[in-house]
Design a protein around this ligand. Structure first.
Ligand code: G6P
Length: 367
């Protein structure tokens, strides 16, 4: 009812607006005197140093946070990371050598495949860490360690604030592991913490820009296909942006690692096809711009989501959404906001039931 939605038209919009708080609540209790302290993480520094490999296993958007985290854990902590869908992991006779840490990410803590993956990993002797939003849920109870995301209850089927909080928990973990393993010094850690403290206000600012996105979204209500492209972390953002759009608007969309376009997807570009290009990684700008030019030449309308005012981007795009500056690892938390808003406005513009899309459940507890 209206009171539960706190004055917002839909739960999804309300929950998007709760993201700054979800970020703060997830990180602030874990930063003490300039260090990352994850009390509930029952791992000594020796155990953290002994990790040889991390496997992140999850479903849906939680899986997408794992794809992002692979870049961050490998980049910051230099630990090899594999990311797998729970429904694949559990049936593929996974190799869990000594020293493998399995991380199960789940908002509900009840997703059947994720819970089965947890049990499989434990049965094979791996140590399992759960990153979970619902306190006391099955995954939280059965994992060896649980790190909670403090996003609060999420009602809309399409996750927003829980996804955002998962990213923060995973950043903290990567920073902690990197620091303990000597890959980050005090000054570098302090700079990352500083950037993290800025995220809530930056997200707020992006949310307040919603009218601009709504106007843009209204032009695409009749789209047949929409493509999302990016490289590195921007590919991970594209996966989530594409899922948000398709699950609530019923418009077909696909996320592509931009370098793969030439291997198939580019043949689908027609006059007017919308391609959302995410570019937040400086070392990949040039490569991304050439992909944008490639699709534009074939008639695509290119929407760029980027963090740098750059004339080359402006030339290669038809429409540009700027996100504020942060370090290269945290850009997902900002770039996803306009993409969530885009999905939301396309959905309501088409008259879809944005909070309860057809055929979907908030928590998939049966297979
Ligand atoms: C469903 C939800 C998604 C969620 C996925 C995994 O598909 O609609 O939003 O990402 O399940 O759920 P979990 O609770 O394990 O994060």
């Amino acid at each position: 009812n209206a009171a539960e939605k706190g004055g917002y038209e839909h739960f999804m919009l309300k929950e998007m607006y709760e993201q700054p708080k979800a970020i703060t609540d997830t990180f602030s209790p874990r930063i003490k005197e300039g260090k990352i302290v994850i009390d509930e993480l029952n791992m000594s520094d020796e155990e953290i140093k002994a990790i040889k490999k991390i496997m992140i296993v999850a479903c849906g958007s939680a899986y997408h946070t794992g794809v992002t985290s692979k870049y961050i854990l490998e980049g910051l902590a230099r630990i090899p990371v594999e990311v797998d869908l729970a429904s694949e992991f559990r049936y593929r006779d996974p190799l869990l050598e000594e020293g493998t840490l399995v991380i199960i990410v789940s908002q509900s803590g009840e997703t059947a495949d994720s819970l089965a993956a947890l049990r499989e990993a434990k049965a094979r002797g791996a140590k399992v860490l759960g990153i979970v939003n619902v306190v006391g849920s099955s995954i939280a109870r059965e994992a060896d360690n649980v790190m909670y995301t403090w996003a609060g209850p999420e009602i809309a089927v399409a996750t927003t604030k829980a996804y955002t909080a998962q990213l923060i928990a995973e950043y903290l973990l990567a920073m902690k592991f990197a620091y303990v393993r000597g890959k980050l010094n005090d000054a570098e850690l302090a700079a990352l913490i500083d950037d993290m403290r800025k995220l809530p206000a930056q997200v707020e600012m992006l949310l307040n820009n919603k009218q601009k996105i709504q106007k843009f979204a209204n032009r695409y209500l009749a789209a047949k296909d929409i493509f999302f492209i990016g490289r590195g972390i921007d590919y991970a953002i594209s996966l989530e942006g594409s899922l948000k759009l398709k699950e609530i608007s019923y418009i077909h969309s696909e996320a592509y690692a931009a370098g793969e376009l030439k291997h198939g997807t580019i043949s689908l570009i027609e006059e007017g096809t919308l391609v959302a290009a995410v570019l937040t990684q400086e070392e990949l700008y040039k490569k991304m711009i050439s992909n944008m030019v490639e699709v534009k030449t074939r008639g695509a309308f290119v929407l760029a989501v980027t963090n740098t005012e750059n004339t080359e981007v402006e030339k290669a795009a038809d429409y540009v959404i700027y996100i504020p500056k942060t370090n290269k690892y945290f850009t997902n938390s900002l770039a996803i906001i306009p993409l969530q808003l885009f999905g939301y406005y396309v959905s309501i513009g088409r008259g879809c039931d944005v909070d309860k899309p057809r055929n979907l459940a908030k928590s998939v507890t049966v297979e």
